[in-house]
Design a protein around this ligand. Structure first.
Ligand SMILES: NC(=O)c1ccc[n+]([C@@H]2O[C@H](COP(=O)([O-])OP(=O)(O)OC[C@H]3O[C@@H](n4cnc5c(N)ncnc54)[C@H](O)[C@@H]3O)[C@@H](O)[C@H]2O)c1
Ligand SMILES: O=C(O)C[C@H](O)C(=O)O
Length: 230
């Protein structure tokens, strides 16, 4: 099976599920985990737009697993307790479109450049590492369940009026030239309350941002095209 076959199968499933969401629960917050997230979120947006139910504050690509991985790998390298670590991960959810911002990681550890590069690559390749290790038996399951639960819980806290709930997510965005982008998002009573900008980037992160834009743009466009042609 080619990647295109996989895209078509998952994209078709997402399209039909989103058609049902538009009909039966049009006001729901939608947490999109199905891959390729960089395309399935734009597909969902197109389906909802056609149905007249699109609310950009209520559609989220779940990138929490990238954050969980970045935190875990950073904690290991920096020798700090993982529960104290914070690392924003921006961009998208595939390969080089996943951009962990270790320059903003806390607690500060002043890791050398080669460690930052290795941590970045490991975060970007984390999903593939699991897929390869499971050798045909699927992708990350327990860690995804953990990450999905974290993000769903954050959405529920926001809906319940808990202040200052902030998570990274792939959402409609105007912080770059792309219509969808993952960054820190404040969650509130209506879903997205505020999409935060990227903050100061290191030169390495600036390069990473520049490199990911064309790939992420193509994946977004592929999703939009799929939604509108089939
Ligand atoms: N966003 C992330 O970080 C992340 C992490 C892990 C997995 N994923 C993605 O999550 C998705 C599911 O992964 P998985 O490992 O749980 O796969 P899986 O094959 O174990 O489960 C897929 C489920 O979808 C169901 N299904 C198939 N066709 C359907 C349809 N037409 N309508 C409704 N349900 C249907 C199947 O019965 C099955 O239960 C994949 O797209 C995977 O790439 C995303
Ligand atoms: O399902 C995959 O290809 C990988 C998944 O998105 C992950 O990050 O683990």
């Amino acid at each position: 099976m080619t990647r295109d076959d996989l895209f078509n199968i998952n994209a078709g499933i997402v399209k039909s599920l989103c058609t049902a969401i538009a009909k039966y629960c049009p006001n729901a917050l939608v947490n999109m985990i199905s891959n390729p997230v960089n395309s399935t979120v734009p597909i969902a947006a197109e389906v909802f737009k056609k149905a007249g139910t699109y609310d950009e504050k209520k559609l989220f690509g779940v990138t929490t697993l990238d954050v969980v991985r970045a935190k875990t790998f950073y904690a290991g390298k920096a020798k700090v307790p993982v529960e104290e670590v914070n690392v924003p991960v921006v961009g998208g959810h595939a390969g080089i479109t996943i951009l962990p911002l270790f320059s903003q990681a806390t607690p500060k550890a002043n890791l050398p450049d080669e460690d930052i590069k290795a941590l970045t690559k490991r975060t970007q390749d984390g999903g593939t590492e699991v897929v390869e290790a499971k050798a045909g038996k699927g992708s990350a399951t327990l860690s995804m369940a953990y990450a999905g639960a974290l993000f769903a819980d954050a959405c529920l806290k926001g809906l319940n009026g808990v202040p200052d709930v902030v998570e990274c997510s792939f959402v409609q965005s105007s912080i770059t030239e792309l219509p969808f982008f993952a960054s820190k998002v404040k969650l509130g009573k209506n879903g997205v309350d505020e999409v935060f900008g990227l903050g100061p980037l290191s030169d390495y992160e600036k390069q990473g941002l520049e490199s990911l834009i064309p790939e992420l743009k193509a994946s977004i466009e592929k999703g939009i095209k799929f939604a509108n042609q089939s």
